[in-house]
Design a protein around this ligand. Structure first.
Ligand code: C2E
Ligand code: MG
Ligand code: MG
Length: 736
């Protein structure tokens, strides 16, 4: 349109030029020529100009379309209000944001305000204040769409004023920020509900901290902490470290830094925390965000575990591990010095433990530990190896100095220990090995000191003894054997095997004998005949025998509960055990703990009880009164006569294997066996033959009315599992 008006205008100008030309230059004939030329040139120029304008307009049009498309796709609307003319222009995007038609906004200029969520109306006051001052204002509020959906809007408005200060124009850009707000809400609730503490630190001050953090730091709420310097809580080296590491992070590559340290709470209590820190952008500034948790309990547990790994919980002394570690350190020292290892074992401690109970034993050990520590003082390291064994390491010493310390310990123990108003005389026996003469490594030094300790014990206890490689090999072997037996019980090297006792006429199982085995780590299974005498001699039979009784009774109860045939379990008892105080009480306790009826326990005693007949009678009567069965083992090898036995409450006699063996020799033809059976039957004892290996022996015994037998012919002593298989078969036989 404009184009044609211009051409028309130019035509008039051309005509005017013509007319003026004719007036001014009448002499020129070809009067129309210049104006035509001008017209033509102008036309050409105009052609190009319009073409260019068309193109620009087209470009502008498509740019406008593009911008419109962009606005349509974005969740954004522009609100432009010309106050002077009171004309409003809104981009169609508003429909998407508010859910109302564009028309609705034109019809009601106040609609935007009416749909604001009632809870957010207050933000308008502040907004209006700013705008009236000519300042741009950005507000965030919720709106309610016609379908009831609530959306978050960010409204950035900027007013325009003319020179006179009149408000002429107001423009606003509206964004839908619901998604951002929701994720912010999610993040906020995560942070606020987090069991970990979350805080934001800006220039060394707390700008934000969640409830957990406030609680952790001993505050009643975050408000108490905001603004406080972190220096009040965290150690300065940690703060410096964070600062240095943050500054070294370049190119926006932020790494998480992790720390464990101690925090001082507001109430002064120190707690352990584990913390991660990372720089983040917060409110347009780089700040440090920290996340952490209280690890005081974990640290305590770690310390306890570490303590338990290296210290003895009963006495607080370093334990075996710690001792070994320390000894190795000493041995690996550059400057080689002499060192002494003192292996110390308390004499008669087991007696205290057995007679006074473990709790008294424990207190005694604690007192001993203290006394040792006071005596050795700073001259060495005292450790407890376990049980009543202690090892002392003395560094930078020689034989003479070590002897002085050992003697000082012995002297110290001449005074009794007082526990629960009772006095205990406890003496130690000490074995000493010297580095490097008696060994170059920790194991050899301890072993040799241990051996020397046994020599000291063998020499009448309450002594110290240096290790000597020339000591008689055999006696050392014996001592090592005894030493091993001492440890067998605590190291679970003892087990029981079980041998069935059979009723000869029916083949039924009528009893089981428990037989002890020592599974030596180097020597394999050791027969009780080899170690029982040693155990009796050393008194070790008492704790070992107690263990056998407990294990056998418990096992019998397990089998009974499993539904196997109920038979008594026979346990071998040494005379030494019978002579112990409280033997009967102990049997009662064991039966009670196992829940076993006394009629299912049989005690096998050898004829040697006859040597102390009066005392034995009392004990045996007590046992009989309990309901326990009593039998005389290896009958015939001792010096007792059957008539003596009559006075004892005995139920059974066990004919020794040597007589049973005799059955097979024609010369004697089992005369002894026959006599024993006859007399036994006559005296109303039940008679059992042991060590039966052949069918002829069974036949002979049956013919002579011996009703029970035991021996390899029926079964060798069996492990628990084998015995169970045996018992299962027995059940099957019975069922058939
Ligand atoms: P004992 O009480 O007379 O036990 C019988 C021994 O004869 C067992 O030897 C057993 O394995 C073995 N035996 C059984 N049947 C036959 C057979 O047909 N032929 C042969 N050659 N031997 C047979 P073990 O187990 O070596 O026990 C030896 C001794 O050690 C026992 O003799 C008993 O006096 C003692 N003993 C075993 N366990 C204990 C225990 O727990 N406490 C005590 N104080 N002594 C025990
Ligand atoms: Mg026996
Ligand atoms: Mg026997």
């Amino acid at each position: 349109m404009r184009k044609w008006m211009l051409i028309f205008g130019l035509l008039i100008i051309t005509v005017l030029i013509d007319e003026i030309g004719t007036v001014l230059f009448p002499s020129i004939n070809i009067d129309k020529l210049p104006s035509v030329a001008v017209f033509l040139v102008t036309m050409v120029l105009m052609f190009f100009l319009f073409k260019k304008m068309d193109k620009t307009a087209q470009e502008l049009g498509s740019l406008e379309q593009k911008v419109k498309n962009i606005f349509d796709t974005l969740d954004v609307a522009i609100w432009s209000h010309d106050i002077k003319t009171n004309t409003l222009r809104i981009t169609p995007g508003i429909e998407k944001l508010y859910g109302y038609s564009l028309e609705a906004f034109y019809q009601d200029f106040d609609l935007w305000r009416k749909v604001i969520h009632p809870d957010d109306v207050a933000v308008l006051t502040e907004r209006l204040e700013k705008i009236s001052l000519g300042e741009p204002a950005t507000s965030e509020y919720r709106i309610i769409r016609p379908d009831g959906e609530v959306r978050w809007i960010q409204d950035s408005g900027f007013p325009t004023f003319d020179e006179d200060g009149s408000f002429i124009d107001f423009n606003s850009v509206l964004f839908d920020i619901t998604n951002r707000k929701e994720s912010e809400d999610r993040y906020r609730s995560l942070v606020e509900m987090s069991p970990d503490f979350v805080a934001v630190i800006n220039q060394g001050n707390i700008t934000y901290i969640n409830e957990t953090g406030a609680y952790l730091l001993g505050a009643s709420g975050p408000f108490e902490l905001v603004g406080l310097s972190v220096e009040q809580f965290a150690p300065s080296d940690i703060i410096d470290d964070i600062r240095i590491r943050e500054n070294s992070m370049v190119g926006g590559k932020f790494e998480v830094m992790r720390f464990e340290f101690q925090i001082k709470r507001l109430d002064g209590v120190i707690i352990d925390v584990e913390m991660s820190a990372m720089p983040i952008l917060f409110g347009g500034r780089m700040v440090t965000q920290v996340v952490g948790r209280d690890i005081t309990d974990r640290k305590k547990a770690e310390k306890t575990i570490q303590y338990m790994a290296f210290y003895d919980t009963l006495t607080g002394l370093p334990n075996r591990n710690m001792f070994k570690k320390y000894l190795n350190e000493v041995l690996n020292q550059q400057k080689k010095q002499m060192a002494a290892v003192l292996f110390l074992d308390l004499d008669r401690f087991k007696f205290i433990n057995d007679t006074k109970g473990h709790s008294t034993g424990d207190v005694v050990l604690q007192r001993v530990a203290k006394r040792l520590q006071n005596t050795v003082h700073k001259e060495g390291m005292v450790s407890r190896q376990g049980g009543d064994e202690f090892i002392i390491l003395i560094e930078n010493t020689n034989k003479e100095s070590a002897a002085i310390i050992a003697q000082r310990i012995l002297d110290e123990f001449l005074n009794p220990l007082e526990v629960n108003d009772q006095e205990f005389f406890i003496t130690p026996s000490i074995g000493i090995s010297i580095y490097p003469t008696d060994g170059n490594d920790e194991e050899t030094l301890i072993k040799n000191a241990d051996t020397a300790m046994y020599v000291a014990k063998g020499h009448g206890k309450n002594k110290f003894q240096f290790y000597d490689s020339n000591l008689n090999g055999n006696s050392i072997q014996m001592m090592e054997f005894e030493n091993g037996l001492r440890k067998a019980l605590e190291r679970d090297q003892l087990i029981l095997h079980y041998q069935p006792q059979i009723e000869l006429t029916t083949g039924k199982i009528v009893g089981i004998e428990a037989l002890l085995r020592w599974h030596h780590p180097e020597l394999g299974f050791i027969s009780p005949s080899e170690f029982i005498p040693l155990a009796e001699e050393t008194g070790l039979i008492v704790p070992i025998g107690k263990w056998v009784l407990q294990t056998a009774c418990k096992q019998n109860k397990v089998w009974q509960d499993a539904g196997f045939q109920r038979v008594p379990i026979a346990v071998n008892i040494s005379v030494r055990q019978l002579q112990e105080d409280h033997f009967v009480d102990n049997v009662i306790k064991v039966l009670d703990q196992a829940g076993l009826n006394p009629k299912y326990l049989e005690l096998e005693i050898t004829e040697s009880i006859m040597q102390n007949i009066e005392e034995s009678t009392i004990i045996l009567n007590q046992l009989k009164y309990l309901g326990v069965n009593l039998s005389i083992d290896d009958f015939g090898t001792g010096y007792s006569s059957l008539s003596y036995l009559r006075h004892l409450p005995i139920d059974k006699i066990k004919i020794d294997k040597s007589f049973v063996d005799d059955i097979l020799y024609h010369s004697t033809q089992g005369v002894m066996v026959k006599t024993i059976i006859d007399m036994g039957n006559h005296l109303k004892f039940s008679v059992i033959a042991e060590g039966i290996e052949q069918k002829e022996q069974v036949d002979f015994l049956q013919q002579n009315e011996c009703n029970i037998g035991q021996g390899y012919f029926f079964s060798r002593p069996l492990t628990v599992e084998q015995m169970e298989e045996y018992l299962k078969k027995t059940i099957r036989i019975e069922v058939w």
